[in-house]
Design a protein around this ligand. Structure first.
Ligand SMILES: [Cu+2]
Length: 188
């Protein structure tokens, strides 16, 4: 998996820099010497400036990506998702009983128009499950816990048409690996 390898190389590079800094400090402080107050203040001011710029830059870069403004939007579609050992029931109508859940697992995959903001209302009728939505190219798009007695919401804007998969993200028993669901995103 290329992403994992990239993360590994990044880890090795950062580790090498950290070790280099430790070695440099160890070698450069073997003899005591006077640093000088003015020079030390200059280094501190510079360090503070770089740190502040980095933090503010990081803030400006990441804050627009927070999902909170999405809560103010009205979803285009609501999908009810119920986990039970060992399948996901997905329906555009509320699933309130194990019978309705069973019918939903045998029904044709639901269809969602491309570009819709979808709100998944996720719960479980037995034990805790993990509700993970995968794109047609098998990328994990979002995840929320499915807990008996609670309804957790997950909002995703689904733009790419194709078959989407729901896999269980939490080991829930012997048939956990079989626990999947699917739905279609269709072109408008
Ligand atoms: Cu499960």
């Amino acid at each position: 998996m290329p992403v994992q390898l990239d993360a590994f190389y990044l880890f090795v590079a950062i580790s090498a820099i950290a070790v280099g800094v430790f070695v440099w400090v160890a070698l450069s402080t073997r003899r005591p010497r006077d640093a000088g107050r003015a020079a030390a203040t200059r280094v501190r001011t510079w360090f503070f400036g770089v740190l502040a710029a980095g933090l503010l830059g990081g803030l400006a870069w990441t804050v627009p990506h927070l999902p909170y403004p999405r809560q103010a939007q009205t979803p285009d579609r609501v999908v009810y998702a119920v986990g039970m050992q060992y399948a996901w029931g997905l329906s555009t109508d509320p699933i309130t009983t194990p019978d309705e859940w069973q019918n939903s697992t045998f029904a044709d995959p639901i269809e969602i128009p491309a570009g819709s903001l979808v709100e998944f209302r996720v719960t479980s009728f037995d034990v805790n499950h993990g509700f993970g939505v995968y794109s047609p190219s098998r990328r994990l798009l979002g995840e929320v816990q499915a807990m008996p007695g609670y309804v957790n919401r997950l909002r995703l804007r689904l733009t790419v048409p194709g078959t989407y998969w729901v896999f269980c993200m939490e080991l829930c028993g012997m048939g956990h690996h079989l626990m999947r669901g699917e739905f279609e995103v269709v072109p408008r």
